[in-house]
Design a protein around this ligand. Structure first.
Ligand code: BMA
Length: 374
């Protein structure tokens, strides 16, 4: 009888927590380095304190400058570096010297070392070209691309070479003593939209999950890269938790869950606040169910044509949610008006300083004070 009760209890426990959802305290990669484990713990600790602010290509270029050492539009305005730095690996698959936005990979490597030594957080996206058509990430002329890169597909061997090239770069991110620097890797992003070759209408749920798992297993297993935390991030078109999790590859493959959302001028501030708040509710609930971190992995308002956008719109949209970070997109040097962080003289400069000074927004100085993962 006792055995039966115990068995029933075990079965109940298992069904309450399906195998995909078994909580694991550490990174998804079971062989993650101790620095990566510490990084994840540090991110969790920071989430208890507030929301880290991130900026794409922060150190690479800004409005009116490109690559001088130590520059940052965020620092120019607030006196403080961001806590999170986004960079993109598009074109590393070809071993190109520069990424798709002309940032030299050698510079990126130097930035990663600098960020690590001051205790910041690094996250990489990958706008990888289309391996079947040789077009770019936005080439959606074929819906067979994901199938073609999976084992048995006609682009599989080519895709593996691309992953080798990616792995070589990620594996080269080392501190002075040769230790691998942990980074958040966010592949196959905005997959609920249909503008990248891995998007919603371009592959089946099974193909997407296989793509994710293959990427993870190849990098962490085959290539022994154990300095990666994996971020799963959709676009903003999320109706409910089920839809958000439809292509979730499983708890053993993900460390952080997020989504990307931009304010469109025609939609207005209230719609941005309402939608970000609504989708954050879904994503943070999913992340809590699965024991993962949550984030607003990309956000912004192109050109920020609103002097109080930071405290008046962005902050109200996120403030009620327990998220690790929010990251605004790049201040392009090659696309006039395509910027998402303020710069000296921009009309939202003063408001950004107020945003920086909120006790719950975390920038580099806050992380230094907390000793995030060092
Ligand atoms: C987009 C734009 C593009 C850029 C791409 C990858 O949102 O900023 O100009 O090439 O991201 O960074």
């Amino acid at each position: 009888m006792k055995r039966i009760i115990m068995l029933t209890a075990a079965v109940m426990l298992l069904t309450a927590c399906p195998s995909e959802q078994v909580m694991r305290p550490g990174p998804a990669d079971p062989a993650a380095t101790s620095e990566t484990v510490k990084m994840l713990d540090g991110l969790k600790a920071a989430t208890e304190r507030g929301i880290m602010f991130g900026h794409q290509d922060d150190l690479s270029y800004g409005i009116g400058w490109i690559y001088p050492d130590g520059e940052s539009d965020v620092k120019r305005v607030s006196g403080d570096y961001p806590a999170v730095y986004g960079m993109d690996l598009g074109d590393i698959e070809h071993r190109a010297p520069v990424n798709l936005d002309s940032v030299p990979f050698d510079h990126m490597k130097t930035f990663v070392g600098e960020i690590w030594s001051r205790g910041g957080v690094i996250t990489f996206s990958w706008h990888v070209d289309n391996p079947l058509t040789n077009g770019d990430a936005w080439d959606i002329t074929s819906d067979r691309v994901v199938a073609s890169v999976l084992p048995g597909g006609e682009s599989h061997e080519k895709f593996k070479v691309w992953l080798d090239n990616l792995a070589e770069f990620l594996g080269s991110l080392r501190d002075e003593s040769g230790l691998a620097i942990p980074v958040i890797f966010r592949p196959w992003h905005e997959h609920t939209g249909s503008w990248f070759w891995w998007g919603q209408k371009l592959c089946t749920d099974e193909e997407f999950v296989s793509l994710w798992r293959f990427t993870f297993d190849y990098l962490c297993g085959e290539k022994n890269l154990n300095n990666l935390l994996f971020a799963y991030s959709s676009s903003g078109d999320i109706a409910n938790k089920e839809q958000y999790l439809r292509r979730y590859p499983g708890d053993g493959y993900v460390d952080l869950m997020g989504f990307d959302y931009y304010q469109m001028p025609q939609a207005g501030n209230q719609s941005f606040v309402r939608e970000v708040d609504r989708v954050l509710g879904i994503v943070t609930a999913a992340a809590a169910d699965h024991g993962k971190l949550a984030a607003l992995t990309e956000a912004g308002y192109e050109g920020i044509p609103d002097s109080t956008w930071w405290t008046g719109t962005l902050w109200p949209a996120v403030k009620n949610h327990k998220i690790s970070y929010l990251l605004v997109w790049r201040n392009a040097h090659n696309k006039p008006g395509h910027f998402y962080a303020p710069w000296p003289g921009h009309l939202s400069e003063k408001d950004f300083i107020d945003f920086h000074n909120l006790p719950e927004t975390l920038f580099q100085n806050d992380l230094t004070e907390m000793g995030l993962y060092k």
